[in-house]
Write a protein that binds this ligand. Sequence first.
Ligand code: CR6
Length: 828
Amino acid sequence: MSAADSSVAHPEHDRSSLSRESLKRAFLDHLLYTQGKSLEIASKNDLYQSLAHTVRDRLVRSWFDTSATHQKRNARTVAYLSAEFLMGPYLGNNLLSLGISHEIRLAMSELGLDLDELLRQEEEPGLGNGGLGRLAACFIDSLATLEVPAIGYGIRYEYGIFYQTIMDGWQVENTDAWLRYGNPWEIQHAEWAVQVKLGGHTEQYTDDSGRFRVRWVPEKTVAGVPFDSPIPGYRVDTTNTLRLWRAEATEAFDFHTFNRGDYLGAVNKKVTSENLTKVLYPNDESVQGKELRLEQQYFFVSCSLQDMLRLQQHRGQPVTSFHKSFAIQLNDTHPSIGVAELMRLLIDEHLVPWDRAWDITRQTFSYTNHTLLPEALERWPLELFRRVLPRHLEIIFEINARFLNEARIHFFGDETRIARLSLIDESGERYVRMAHLACVGSHAINGVADLHSELLKRDLLKDFYAMWPDKFTSMTNGVTPRRWVALSNPRMGKLVTRCIGDGWIKDWSRIREIEPYADDAAFAAEWRAIKRANKIDLASLLLRKTGIKVDPDSMFDVQVKRIHEYKRQHLSALHIAALYHRVKSQRNLDITPRTFIFGGKAAPGYMRAKLMIKLITAIGDVINHDPDVRDRIKVVFIPNFSVTVGQCVYPAAELSEQISLAGKEASGTGNMKFAMNGALTIGTMDGANIEIRDEVGEDVFFLFGLTAEEVYALRREGYRPMDFLRRDGELHAVIELIRSGFFSRGDSALFAPLIDDLLNHDPYMLLADYDSYAACHSRVDQAYRDTQAWTRMSILNTARSGKFSSDRAIGEYCDRIWKARAVPVEKR
Ligand code: CR6
C-alpha cells in the first residue's frame, strides 16, 4: 500500500465539483494545453505535471480567498523568515489536504495510470539542509491548518541540497537540478518584484526640511522576483503562501553597462546577479563567512521586508503600525540582518524617527536559536560586512552604541561583560555578531527544547538573559502529523482512524485515545502486521537503492540525520563492530537479528563526517559478506536521505537512535517522527529526547549516557578518553580491529584520523558513553525478544507522543510570541 492510499484511512468528502469526470477532463486538458501532449505520447513527467496542475487549480480559489480575507480583516500575519524550507514532495500532501486522493486515484486508473507512479515522479525541492529547514516546512503546514494568516519567506535556490551517491563507500556529491523539468507548484509574480541594493557607500545630505539624512549609493542593484506556492491547511479553507525569491539582473543596471557599449559585460553582470540565488550552502551547523552567503541572506530579507511594507500599504495601513500587522520570526540568525534592514527602510526610506523605528522593529521581530555549537554561530568580518552593506554597518553601530549605553547602566562597571555583549566582537579581528543583533532587535528569544533553552540562558546568551530575563522562553519543536503519519504511514493511519476516528489528523493530542488498545491483542497483532508491511516496503527500497537484501523479520535499528561528530554515528559504528566481534568470537552466539540502517549527508567540506560514512559502509561491507554472521547483522547506508526517503523510513523503524552527546543536539525532530510512528528510542538525555522520555515514560525509553551536567563536570575535571578504554575490553579490541585495517583492506591509515582523535581528544565523549550504550543495546536486544511486550511499548510510545505535533508548537508561538490568532477564510 502506498502513501496516497491514505484516502482509505480518512473517508473523503464527496464533493460533486470534484467528480472523477471533471478531474479526468482537467487532467487531459492540462496534458494537451499545458504540456502539449496526448496520452499516447506523454512522458511520465508530462503526466505528473498535468496532474500537479490539475491539483493546483483546485487550490487557487481558496488561495485567493485567503489573501482577500487577510487583507480585508487586516489580520496580524506571521512572517516566517527562513533561509531554508525543506518542503518535501507537494503532490501527495496537497491531495491529502484537499481530501481528493481517492477520487484522483480512481480517475487516474480509469485513464490507465497509476497514481503511485505519478507520485514517485516528483522531484522534491531540497531547499534545506536538515532539521531547521524541515521545521520551517512543518511550521507553515501547521499555520495553515490552524488557519493563522502566515507567509513563509525564503530563497528559491536553483540548486538545492546536493544529491548524494555512495561510491566505493564514500559520499559523492552531485548537483540537484530540481527545476530541470519545471515546478508546477509555483506561480511567478513579476509585478511584485523589488530592487535590492548591494555594496557601494553612503552619503550624508540635508533634506528639504533641513533634516540631516543618509543616502546609500550602492555599487549594484539586483531584482528580487517572488515565486509563490500554495500551502493548504488540512481540510480548511485557508491556503497560505510560501514566497521564495529569485535574484535577477535589473534592467536599469543592464542598461547602464549596455550604454557604455559593453554588451558582454552587461550579460556577464546579469549572470553575476543571478548567482545570488543559485545554490544552497550545504553546511549544517557550521559557517564560513562567505560574502555570497551574506548577500543571499540580505537579499531575501530585504525582498521580504519590502514586500511586507507593500502589503501594509495595500491594506491601507500606515508604516508606523507595521508591528501590528506583522509578527516576524527569525529562523536562526540567517535572516537577522532584517533587524538592521527594517530600521533602514523605516528611517531612510519612510522617514520615521529613530526611536519610533526602533520601537516598531523590536515589537515586530522574535528570534529562535537552533544551536549551541560555537562553529555554527554566524559572525561576519567587519570589513566584508562594510563592503556588502555599508549602510547597515552604520545602523548596527548606532544600535550598538545605544544598546551598550543601556547595558552599562545595567551592569555598572562591568566592562568585560559589556565587551561580551557588544554586537561587535573586538577581541581580535573585528566581527559583527549576528546572534547579538537578533537578541537586541527582538522582543522574544527562544530555544527549541527545554534543555536547550536552559543552556542558552546559562551559557551562550547568559549576558542577555541577565539583562532581559523576560525575553527568554522555550518552544519545544514539533512535526506535522499530516506528512509524518497520515501521508507516510497510511496503514497506521487507517487502523487508528478505525479505532478513534480521524480527529487525530488535525489534533494529534487525541492519539492518546489509542492508549487503552495497548492491551488489546487484536489491535496489537494489527499494529505488528502494519510495522512488518512497512518494513517490507523499506526493504524493497533498500534493495533497489543499495542492492543489499535485508530480512524484514530482523529488528530495524535506524539512525537517519545529518552526519556529524556530535551526533555520533561513529558510536553506533563502534557498537556494530563490537557485535560483529562477539559473533565471530562465539560462533553460535544468540543475538536478536538486526538490520542497522543509516542515512544522512555530510557537508562536502567536512572530511571527518565523510570519513564516518566510509567507516559505516566499510564495516557494513565486511559484515554483510561474512557467512559466519548468517544474516544476524546487516548494515545498510541509504544514499541521499531526503524527505521522500524519510517518509519510507520512519514508518518502518523499530528502534530510533538519538545518541548525540548530552548538551549538543538543540532539539532534534527526527526523534519525534520516529516516536509517532511507533519506534522506540535509544537515546541520551539531550534535546527533545528528554521530553519524549518524560511523555512516554521511562520504561518505554532506552536511556543511556552522561547527562549534560555530567558532561560539564567531566570536562572540568579533565576528560581523558584513555581512562575509559580498558585494555582487555571489547571496545579496545574493536578499536584495534579498525586501526589494524581489518575493515579497510589492510589500510591501517584510513581511519587513523577518526580513531586517533577518539583516543586522544574525543570531544564528543564516545568512549565515556560507550559502555553505557552497549549495555543499553543488550537491554534492547532482550526486550525485542518479547514480541508482545515490545508491541505494547511501541503502541504506548505512539499514544503518548501527542506533544510533538507542530500544531502544539505553533499554538504556543501564536499565544506567547506572535499574538496571532486564527482567521477563518470567507468564501466568495
Ligand atoms: N541542525 C538543531 O541542530 C534542531 C533543528 C531545528 C538544528 C536540531 O537539533 O532540531 O535545528 N540547528 O530546531 C541548526 O540548524 C542550526 C539543525 O537542524
